[in-house]
Design a protein around this ligand. Sequence first.
Ligand SMILES: [Zn+2]
Length: 179
Amino acid sequence: MNGQPLKVSLPGAAYQRGQRWWWRVKLPGEDKPRARALKPEGQKAATKDLQTAAKVAFKLWERAVEEEAQRRVRIDADEKISRLKAKFLQKMHDVSQLVNGLADKEGTGVQERVDGNVLAAGSSYETEETGICDCCGTRDVPVTSLQAIDSGQSLCPDCLTALREAAGSNAPHEAEHTR
Ligand SMILES: [Zn+2]
C-alpha cells in the first residue's frame, strides 16, 4: 500500500518577489504578520525553488514554535513562582491571624480564669461574715480581712495597703516610729 506524502500546510502566504520566494506570516510569539525572505541557511538571498522555500519556511516555523514554547515555560515558571509567593504570603498572613487569634483566645482564657477565681472566692466567702470598708465603701469584705485603724474605721486590705504606702511615702518618720 502506497502511503500519501504527509503535507503540512503552514499558515501565512508564500509568494514570489522576482523569482525568489517570500513568506508573509505571523509566527508564534509575533503580534503581527511580517514578510520574510525564505533564505536557505548560509545563503544571502531567498531561494527560487519552491521545495527549498517550503523547507526554510518550515524551519522558521519550527524555531518560532520552539522559542515561543520556551518563552511560555519561562512565563509559566514565573507565574508559578508568583502564585507560590502569593500562597506563601497568604499562609504567613493566615498564620499571623491564627497566632493573633490564639493570643486573643489565651487572653480571654486568662480573663475567664481570673473571673472564675473571683467568683469562686466570692462564693466561698458567702457564708462568712462580711463588712463594709469605711474607706472605699466596698461591701462584702470578710470581717477577717477588715482591719480597724486608729480612727476606728474598718478598712479593706486594699485600702490598708494604700494607706500604709501613703504613710510610708508622706511620713517616713512616722512609719519608722510605728515599727
Ligand atoms: Zn477599702
